[in-house]
Design a binder for this molecule. Structure first.
Ligand SMILES: Nc1ncnc2c1ncn2[C@@H]1O[C@H](COP(=O)(O)OP(=O)(O)OP(=O)(O)O)[C@@H](O)[C@H]1O
Ligand SMILES: [Mg+2]
Length: 756
């Protein structure tokens, strides 16, 4: 393959200019990753460089895998010897080889976040500290922040600049916990994720012979997504490249989205200082997206004041404008996205994998997942768990299940000591043995626990039994939502998550709220006749069962947070939940700098698309169990209206969608402002929405045909004048007495067929 022919002149310079430091800071989709890929191929094929001497660092494992596959296409299996991967994977490999220098065994364990947090929990308890004050999550994040800024526990204790005075006063033992944590990990022969970088820095700082060996080995160093490296990562690569100086970094300051984790735009600026004879290459042509998408993204990012100057343009077609879909609720938003995917898939001959649904927070996946399932569209959640697989969701569901069935052993095991009640594994084992040996149901044993467990443990179980009984009383008297909310609160689950103010903690809290929202919607929905918790759980059981997807099937709709979409591209991209407080996220907005980071995130989302972007928002959304009206995100308004259009086909089934006029942009803008003031739909002058008849109940529309008379809950009475099948969608054109002719999708329209 003649790879050089597939490059424009500045890209080619990036590939061929191999010696000395190079920096490519360029816009999205301009081929930065392609340059790195071909540069490596060029080194191996044309310059005969041993792949073993090339170090390439990517942001995700997926990116490394893709890059390796592409290089393999050019150079063959030699590509396997490259040192390529994420910072964590590459340096853990080096640490294993050099572990004795740091006093670690070469088979050291890597603690994942959960391991680290439970160790911290134990330490806090053993030190006799207040577990509520020193929450594991918070302590973990402080320690992680310190390590990523290369602050050792010794420095932290002698000069705790890293935390605020307030926090220092409130939590004076933070440094002591840090110390104990580091020492315990060390004794256990374990490193956490941050240690992999921290210890590599120590290794290279204190063992010059080792540093020298790797400096000699890595003749060429490359970093993708350079804008998101932190100080610890930067210093490692700086040390490694200091002999050969063949370092090439590529990135885009406009896509820096990890400031909250310590990524530092300063690295880009430092780079120029650290390497005075730096070649800087500019790439401006975007090859990924249509003109409309590139222009829309540019019109957004110019609003940021903190950015390096660059322009991005493309020779690609104009393509479609950015579509905007309004929904009345989050569930409808899910349905509209699913039907739009369904239709584009057949009309444009696309495959599932050509679509991506991107959202700001994980909890938003729920309504999308449900809609996709209902339409039988396979999907996969990338870089995260499907909503119903998430730990906190399973925890609450286990409580709900156990309240319904007190002999459900799995649920029992999950919740008996959650939150902590001092009932350990031995007690649980004894309970299970007692039930088994006496052939008695679990609940029976629990109710006579004093016969099976000694005093203190028996008391704790007794309290648990009383708690569950109080849940049972609710269950018998109240609907699913009241019962579930009561359980979430009284069990202590909600409070534990609420008290945890870290980002993951907030996410988990939002997820639990989202489950309660789903239950509320279930209760409010006219479709569910039985509104009990039992009925809801029966529904959910079916949903989670559908989760068993075929792992060999790679053709699915991609769902992920915008953060995990970095560097990827898809033909069609849906950015959902475009509402104030959700995106930009209310949780993250403390300053202008935060708003700019949210805007960069929006820029990343827009620039993932090759052919079509669809933005969606809902006018109302259940949040914290209450139906809340939402305002469209300010980011929608920031797109130059020239590149935006309201999607008339997939829009709210709400009749008077005042934004249904896609042709006039100023009208669109005015409507958007009006929408911010009043979220109730506007009705044209002189007309009034129909009030459905008292006995209104939607009919099965499969038998609907021309000539039939129908009642619509909002448009009132009318007559079917035409039936239409478009792809898998059945549509009916109806002449309404008051509102004139309307074409309705029968999947959504609620129609009552009137008998003659
Ligand atoms: N010279 C070129 N000719 C044709 N296609 C190209 C060229 N350069 C890049 N592309 C294609 O354009 C798309 C974007 O390239 P790439 O992913 O390398 O961009 P990027 O700058 O790394 O983007 P991001 O900022 O999102 O990481 C890819 O599909 C790539 O194959
Ligand atoms: Mg890239």
């Amino acid at each position: 393959m003649d790879y050089l022919a597939h490059l424009n002149p500045p890209q080619r310079e990036g590939v061929e200019n191999l010696e000395g430091p190079t920096m490519i800071i360029a816009g999205a989709g301009s081929g930065k990753t392609r340059v790195l890929t071909y540069r490596i191929a060029h080194l191996i094929r044309s310059k005969d460089v041993d792949p073993f001497k090339i170090l390439a660092l990517t942001f995700t494992n997926k990116a490394a895998k893709e890059m390796r596959e592409r290089i393999e296409k050019v150079v063959g299996t030699d590509a396997r010897n490259l040192w390529m991967g994420t910072f964590h994977s590459v340096f853990s490999r080096i640490l294993r080889a050099e572990s004795d220098k740091l006093g670690y065994p070469s088979n050291f364990t890597i603690y994942d976040t959960d391991d680290s947090k439970s160790l911290i929990k134990n330490i806090v308890r053993e030190m006799g500290l207040d577990e509520k004050l020193y929450k594991a999550n918070v302590v973990y994040n402080r320690i992680s922040g310190a390590k990523n800024n290369l602050i050792s526990w010794q420095n932290y204790i002698s000069n705790p600049v890293y935390i605020s005075d307030d926090e220092q006063a409130q939590k004076p033992k933070m440094g002591a916990i840090y110390k104990e944590y580091v020492q315990r990990c060390f004794r256990a022969g374990a490193m956490d994720f941050d240690d992999l970088l921290f210890n590599t820095n120590i290794l290279f700082r204190d063992h010059l012979d080792v540093l020298n060996k790797y400096q000699q080995r890595f003749q060429y160093v490359m970093i993708d997504e350079f804008q998101d490296t932190n100080i610890s990562q930067y210093l490692i690569t700086k040390r490694l490249a200091s002999v050969h100086q063949n370092i090439c970094v590529v990135g885009d300051d406009a896509q820096s989205i990890y400031a909250f984790r310590g990524a530092n735009i300063q690295n880009i600026l430092n780079f120029e200082k650290d390497y005075p004879d730096l070649s800087v290459i500019k790439l401006e042509q975007n090859y990924r997206s249509t003109q409309n998408i590139v222009n829309a993204a540019n019109s957004v990012i110019v609003k940021n004041s903190a950015q390096l100057k660059k322009s991005v343009w493309t020779e690609n077609d104009h393509g479609e404008k950015v579509h905007l879909i309004k929904a009345t609720s989050d569930n409808e938003e899910g349905r509209l996205v699913a039907s739009s995917i369904f239709e584009d898939r057949s009309n444009k001959k696309l495959e599932n994998k050509d679509f991506a649904i991107l959202y700001r927070t994980n909890s938003q996946s729920r309504s999308m997942e449900e809609a996709l399932r209902k339409m039988n569209i396979p999907y996969r959640i990338f870089g995260g768990l499907s909503f119903y697989q998430r730990r906190e969701i399973k925890d609450l569901l286990a409580y709900l299940r156990f309240t319904i069935n007190q002999n459900d052993e799995q649920s029992f095991r999950r919740i008996i000591n959650l939150p902590k009640r001092g009932i350990g594994g031995t007690s649980v084992d004894k309970i299970m043995v007692a039930a088994f040996e006496n052939e008695r149901p679990l609940w029976d044993v629990l109710n006579n626990i004093q016969n099976f467990l000694p005093g203190r443990a028996a008391n704790a179980v007794q309290n648990f039994v009383t708690l569950i009984k109080s849940f049972r009383i609710k269950l018998e008297r109240e609907d699913a939502f009241e019962t579930a909310s009561f359980i979430a609160k009284q069990s202590g689950l909600l409070k534990e998550l609420y008290d945890d103010k870290t980002i993951e903690g907030l996410n988990r809290y939002e997820n639990v709220q989202e489950l309660l929202n789903a239950i509320k919607e279930f209760v409010d929905s006219t479709e569910s006749e039985d509104k009990s918790l039992e009925a809801f759980i029966a529904d959910v059981a079916l949903l989670t069962d559908a989760d068993n997807q075929d792992p060999n099937d790679t053709n699915y709709v991609n769902m992920m947070t915008i953060h995990s979409a970095k560097g990827l591209e898809f033909k069609h991209v849906y950015i959902v939940g475009m509402e104030e407080d959700l995106f930009p996220s209310q949780m993250m907005l403390n300053s202008r700098a935060d708003l700019e980071e949210e805007r960069r995130l929006f820029y990343v989302a827009l620039t993932r698309a090759m052919e079509k972007v669809t933005l969606t928002y809902a006018l109302s959304r259940y949040r914290f169990g209450r139906l809340k009206s939402c305002e469209p995100s300010r980011f929608i308004e920031e797109i130059d209206p020239e590149f935006l259009k309201v999607d008339r086909k997939f829009n709210s089934s709400e009749p008077m969608g005042s934004m249904n006029n896609g042709s006039s942009n100023s009208l669109y803008a005015r409507n958007l402002v009006a929408k911010r003031k009043a979220t109730t739909p506007k009705v044209p002058p002189g007309k009034k929405l129909h009030t459905p008849s008292a006995d209104f109940k939607p009919s099965d529309t499969r038998s609907l045909d021309t000539g039939m008379r129908v009642e619509h809950p909002k448009f009132g009475f009318g007559k079917v004048v035409k039936m239409d099948v478009d792809g898998a969608n059945r549509k009916a054109t109806i002449e309404f007495e008051l509102f004139g002719e309307k074409t309705l999708l029968l999947t959504f329209a609620k129609l009552r067929i009137l008998e003659d």
